[in-house]
Design a protein around this ligand. Sequence first.
Ligand code: SIN
Ligand code: CO
Length: 390
Amino acid sequence: MSLSVTTLPGGMPAEEFLRDYWQKKPLLIRQAFAGFDNPLTADELAGLSLEEEVESRIVLEHGATPWELRRGPFSEEDYRHLPERDWTLLVQAVDQFVPEVADLLRAFRFLPSWRVDDVMISYAAPGGSVGPHFDNYDVFLLQTQGHRRWRIGQQCDADSPLLEHPDLRILSQFEQQDEWVLAPGDMLYLPPGLAHYGIAEDECMTWSVGFRAPSQAEVLTHFTDFLSQYLSDQQRYTDAGLALPADPAQVDDQTVERLQRMILELVQDREALGTWFGRFMTEPRFPELLQAQEPDAQLLAEALDNDYGLVRNPSARLAWRQEQDRYLMLFASGEHCLLPTPLLPLVQLICNQDYLGAEQLQAWRADPEAMQLLEQLLAKGDLLLEEDDG
Ligand code: SIN
Ligand code: CO
């Protein structure tokens, strides 16, 4: 059973995209979402930016300083004083707050879902831009309203020269390679590190589906922190068979080799690595949006009897892993639980489907372990009860 989607929006086979473009080069897809019905107006986006829990920014090209950055939450008064042109409002993680925006992510299931970061939405007045820059992550830029001119530049890295700016990483040099004007429904994929410069031709909205990849520094520090919990104080550097040192003050090569062997042995634990990674990649962005409560078997049974289904909390992140043929692991918002392998089809449903209807769950109701899993996810807030509207 394939749970992924096999073509990109617009029809390119996913295998072709993954082979030729993903992490390698940009791809413009005209009318990827032809006739896209924008579920969010600019006013509604601005409304979100008034909320305390929402992360938002406004960039003004000619503000109090060049490329002035203002951070939300904003007030209606703030919007009354904005100029006619050359500014952009950016709202992070709109998928966590607007279910219709989260729905878009289904179209990206040709990539691991734990790689998805968020859907950021920008609204720009004519001329609005956040300047030439590069990002460290892959992004699909979907034009949902108006037109934006995208200029594509050079491949950048940590040494690429930047303007002196307290908050924004704007490139001081931009070597244009290509230029396209995107209309509603058009989408542009950009790999990490590629310079880009989007300028609004008219009032426009752009949705950025951003992907996350942990930095090597994060992998090392977080994985070793995880491993360290299981190491006792007695497990130490050892040097039995030590050769007589030529100079007792020297840290010799044998010492470095001993250390290297010790570290390699410790990090070789693939099982621990898989467990840590699943937990790390499913850590929620807004843990406060997951409300835990006591597990309640009665509540779930009654809900399913009354045609309620389960929806994934948009703030929850779910993934799974089969550890050889020994056990199944479900990762749910930064935690993991071990499950018997026969629960795999249910785990796949939970991880991949946005709505689990009572009917779909019927077959699992006689399985106490399955019901216990659903109760726990409900109690943790990863799943929510919702009336079947189908
Ligand atoms: C924007 O939507 O204005 C900026 C998106 C980006 O360049 O990453
Ligand atoms: Co960017």
